[in-house]
Design a protein around this ligand. Sequence first.
Ligand code: FE2
Length: 447
Amino acid sequence: MLYDLYGCALSTSSRPAAAKFDQALRQIRTYHGDPIATLDAALEDDGQFGLAWITRAVVLAQMTDRLFADEVTRSLRAARACELDDRERAHLAGATRWAEGQMVASTATFARIAQENPRDALAVQIAHAGCFFTGQQFELRDIPFAALRAHGPGDEARHAILGMAAFGLEECGDYARAEALGREAIELEPLDAWAAHAVAHVHEMRGDIDQGRDWLDRTSQGWSQDCGFGYHNWWHLALLHLDAQDPKAALALYDERIRPNDEANIALEMLDASALLWRLYLEGVDTGDRFARLARAWELKAEDGVLAFNDLHAVMAFIGADQHALAERSLHAMRRTAQEQGDNALMTSAIGLPLAEGFVAFGAGRHAEAVEKIMRVRGQAQRFGGSHAQRDVLPLTALHAAVRGGMRATAEALAAERLAHKPQSPWAGRLARYAAATDASQRVAAE
Ligand SMILES: [Fe+2]
């Protein structure tokens, strides 16, 4: 019997395959290298290595991108032909559920595996990512906390468990503990891109822009090279530059780190590109032809219907690029998705579609409608996944819509809540002044 680096039994008798699987686990844990290539190498050693197929499937499936659908299907088919033990069979069930669009059930399956096998850091990580995509904030925190009991000082995956707990704590608003655990994780493993990210979130939520920029600068050595998560940490740094009223620095990061290649077509990366350009657009910053270039890439995914959160970000790019027909095409596809089965149908009908309609209304200058549509679902928007920092685009857009629509009370309310959360944020201060200067003679809706 062979075991992985965490001590979990593996249904392979190939030592080279098991060693490569361990290498893939390390890569997945820190978001470095190409774990799919490493899993493929393991499968070359042993084509009947079921957990390698399953892990390949779930890692690709959690990219939430139709681009990988065929490979997910092929990997799951291969896994079903392999001999598996109970834990591996549970992994197969979880991966299959995700591939079938049952993201919440899949996440619960991996969470149960993690409860029963707390040393299975891979299951913890997949469950944690699942919670992120399905907006389960308490579980984001509690699943890693439960696993921490099996990853003591000196254990290899302790940094990752701490980093996940840090992010969960941050999403639950416990910033002090989040920062402490995230920093501890980075001390253990400077390559832990997710732990660095958790602390970046703490600074974003507090509006500690100088500390946030310093943290990301200092840790960037650990996540800027050969790291599949680097683009997102750069996005966080760009947000902090925007807060400091330095859009030039934010655009430089966009060009060099976040969207260096117009041909790149990974949805999760394109999403951050949209999210940054949209914030610049709200601020009235000239972004040149960047929206148009990004919209060309999103056009290929305009009707994918994989994740409502992605669809909203495609719509942002279409609006910013003045491609209103494409935005309408996305809305049409989202309305169709909303009628289907599975978690994304619910996310789309309850959250993604009203928001996308609100953003389209904003782009068309129908400001009162934009405010109404966004504010109606904002309180439940975690149900379509993402982080607080990402979903901050909702009140931000609503605030701009309120000012432009002459809805002073709404604008001031949104500015006041932001300032209460981030008293030292220059951006929050600027928005408060912007809201106070609302020209109520432009009023387009009763308040
Ligand atoms: Fe983030």
